[in-house]
Ligand binder design. Structure first.
Ligand code: NAD
Length: 362
């Protein structure tokens, strides 16, 4: 039996509680892990002077697979988001968010089963920004005036640059097809605004079509992003795997999460050449820290994605079924899955984890 070397980042706030329960559930599948437990976040900041010690990055570079609990990004206290740093340092270029209906999670939609693959490194998030009235912005405006004399820009603009490259698009679209194939999916839809932004979104669409031609065993189509938003609300059942540039991906992944009951139950993965980091979509919910109250489901389902990534597909399927069973029964679930989000009669984090392990063993 293979033992998997995995970096476990316990996070802060509610992180350590859900990380512990997730580890127990993953071990209960019978898959063997050699955990490298790493600390990052605000608690480490005080002791080590950085929220992201080099040892965390080294561990991830060595193991190439990690699972991470949420980490707080304090507002206005001057440290960069650890989450963003991790994605940048490890070049985790694809953000994958499956959005699936589980019976017992309240939503007005039924039977949703979508996967959003968001490009994670380019687009308006590349950080190439020009501040209003700054010297370099003045130079940029002169350049634009010279080469695009017809463009009309109002006074004192701030400007963000939107780079979308052939290499960046190729790798994320190829990943979407690889994911579709590995997970028995039928169709990949590329989402863009190529009718307006011909050289950035237009490039994304052209390259997506080229990649699709090399992956003709999987169906391919494309949608303009505004139309996609409407169709996801009206007929989400027509879609399967979506691949999008960074900004549209950010917005559409929240829309898709809303279709299945919100961010609190959604798992995620960040994938790159150098490795894969699995994490729940929700944050560190500091107000519930240390209270054994929050739902571990999103992190456990992130563990399910990790199991499949490691090739432990049947263990992943079993763990997902165990989570689904406990959530559908609704007895040993945390407050957020109770009628009216009532804390009365709700299970704690650990109790829900124990129920999932019992369901796994049944
Ligand atoms: P949040 O997701 O932490 O919490 C918002 C609310 O959602 C909570 O108050 C709680 O009511 C509910 N909630 C969240 N997770 C839950 C769970 N597992 N079970 C039950 N209820 C849950 O969002 P926020 O308050 O905007 O952010 C708090 C901190 O987390 C911020 O510092 C933010 O930067 C950080 N954050 C980190 C990540 C990450 O590590 N990837 C992601 C998002 C936010």
């Amino acid at each position: 039996m293979t033992t998997h070397n995995v970096t476990l980042i316990r996070g802060d706030g509610i992180g350590p509680e859900i990380a512990e329960v997730t580890r127990e559930c993953l071990e209960a599948t019978g898959v063997a892990f050699n955990w490298d437990v790493q600390e990052a976040g605000i608690d480490v900041m005080e002791a080590q002077g950085t929220p992201l010690p080099e040892s965390v990055l080294e561990s991830l570079r060595t193991n190439k697979v990690g699972i991470k609990a949420p980490i707080t990004t304090p507002v206005g206290k001057g440290f960069r988001s650890v989450n963003v740093q991790l994605r940048k340092e490890l070049d985790l270029y694809a953000c994958v968010r499956p959005c699936k209906t589980y019976e017992g999670v309240s939503s007005r939609y039924k039977d949703i089963d979508l996967v959003v693959v968001r490009e994670n490194t380019e687009d308006l998030y590349a950080g190439i920004e020009f501040e209003r009235d700054a010297d370099d912005t003045g130079k940029l405006l002169e350049f634009i005036q010279e080469f695009r004399p017809d463009s009309k820009i109002g006074t004192h603009p701030g400007i963000s640059i939107k780079p979308i490259s052939v290499s960046g698009t190729e790798r994320v679209v190829q990943y979407a097809f690889d994911y579709a194939r590995a997970n028995g999916r039928k169709k990949v839809t590329a989402v863009h605004k190529a009718n307006i932004m011909k050289f950035s979104d237009g490039l994304f669409l052209d390259v997506a079509r080229e990649v699709a031609a090399k992956n003709s065993d999987i169906e391919f189509d494309d949608r303009i992003v505004d139309n996609m938003a409407m169709q996801l609300v009206q007929t989400p059942e027509n879609y399967d795997v979506l691949v999008l540039p960074n900004l549209y991906g950010d917005i559409m992944s929240d829309l898709c999460a809303a279709l299945v009951g919100g961010l609190g139950v959604a798992p995620g993965a960040n994938i790159g050449e150098g490795g894969a980091l699995f994490e729940p979509v929700h944050g560190s919910a500091p107000k519930y820290a240390g209270q054994d109250k929050v739902n571990p489901m999103a992190m456990i389902l992130s563990g399910v994605l990790m199991l499949r990534h490691l090739g432990e597909v049947s263990a992943g399927d079993r763990l997902e079924r165990a989570v689904a069973k406990v959530v559908a029964e609704g007895t040993h679930v945390t407050y957020d899955l109770r009628p009216g989000r009532s804390h009365q009669g709700a299970a704690g984090t650990k109790e829900m984890g124990r129920a999932i392990i019992r369901a796994l063993e049944a």
